[in-house]
Unconditional design. Structure first.
Length: 318
């Protein structure tokens, strides 16, 4: 991976580069702890959501949090997103996301072969993480899933009779941007005003209507996941806000109940929206602490904190 830009803070170094994936050069982002390499806890590969990119605030906030606690964090801009090539907002097929995510995970492993490698993802990125985990198996030491797109919220789903039409249209006019997307409504996703502004003003974000092929690809991603939830055998911690109108919160409960792994945890945050790392304080601090605690407990470096978390509910500030 070639590095074209670096920024340094007191706790980590942020670098932008590129990596050959799926036969093309895709934009990548890395947050490296400033502490000696011998003290690093592991590598976390973070997948972004639809329309976002690998340095979008919801990715950046998580990466900076984990890098400040000793984790190397790596992300990639999927095709059609951020600084990677492709028509903005265009996803040709669900398999493209899984294949690219798997290649990038393997790249992260090869870059840091001595460390445990984890996955993390929000919304579409959570669905990609689940699909990648099904492909790489025990190579993944665990994953944190924030409002993963296991199933699209009923209010965001097209009527059943429209699904065959969507499939046909996605083949005939795949690049046509005509589908309204609830994901474009920042007020429905992010509570904290400052962080909501950061998301709204983030360059490289696709905010137009969803393209037909993209809509069908995302729908197929959820359909495939629904068929394979029982096969998930990678340890995971799933977090979801009960007021999420973008991705159905009960889908995370279904993931937790159907997954094969016994090392699984779920936490529902009462009143929280889709973008959990954009909640207001003090709830956001609780969410951040939960994420750090779960990852840290699986590094093998803190023997006093290795028990799986139990399912709990946190309350958002009114």
């Amino acid at each position: 991976m070639s590095t074209s830009e670096q920024q340094r803070s007191g706790e980590f170094t942020y670098s932008v580069g590129e990596c050959p994936l799926q036969g093309q050069s895709l934009a990548t982002h890395t947050w490296t702890p400033s502490t000696p390499a011998a003290s690093w806890r592991g590598v976390v590969v973070i997948f972004h959501g639809y329309g976002a990119h690998g340095a979008y605030p919801t990715v950046k906030f998580g990466a900076e949090l984990l890098a400040s606690h000793g984790f190397v964090c790596m992300s990639v801009d999927f095709l059609g997103h951020g600084g990677s090539p492709g028509l903005p907002g265009y996803i040709a097929a669900a398999e493209d996301l899984t294949s690219c995510g798997t290649e990038f995970f393997e790249h992260a492993q090869a870059t840091h072969p001595q460390m445990r490698c984890f996955l993390m993802g929000t919304s579409m990125g959570g669905a990609i993480a689940l699909n990648v985990s099904l492909r790489v198996g025990i190579q993944c030491s665990g994953m944190v899933l924030l409002a993963p797109m296991c199933r699209i919220a009923p209010e965001a789903m097209p009527p059943a009779w429209q699904v065959p039409l969507l499939k046909a249209a996605s083949y005939l006019c795949p690049r046509w941007a005509v589908i309204p997307s609830a994901a474009a409504d920042d007020d429905a996703q992010y509570k904290d005003a400052e962080r909501r502004t950061a998301c709204s003003n983030c360059p490289g974000t696709y905010t137009g209507k969803m393209r037909l092929a993209t809509g069908y690809a995302l729908l197929q991603t959820t359909v495939v996941l629904q068929e394979r939830l029982h096969e998930v055998n990678t340890p995971f911690f799933v977090l979801h806000g009960t007021a999420d109108t973008i991705v159905a919160p009960d889908a995370s409960g279904e993931l937790h109940s159907r997954a094969t792994t016994v090392d699984k945890a779920i936490k529902m945050y009462e009143g929280a929206l889709h973008g959990l790392l954009c909640e207001e304080l003090p709830l956001r601090a609780t969410i951040e602490d939960d994420i750090v605690a779960w990852f840290t407990s699986r590094t093998g470096l803190d023997s006093d904190n290795t028990a799986p978390m139990t399912a709990t509910v946190a309350t958002a500030r009114p």
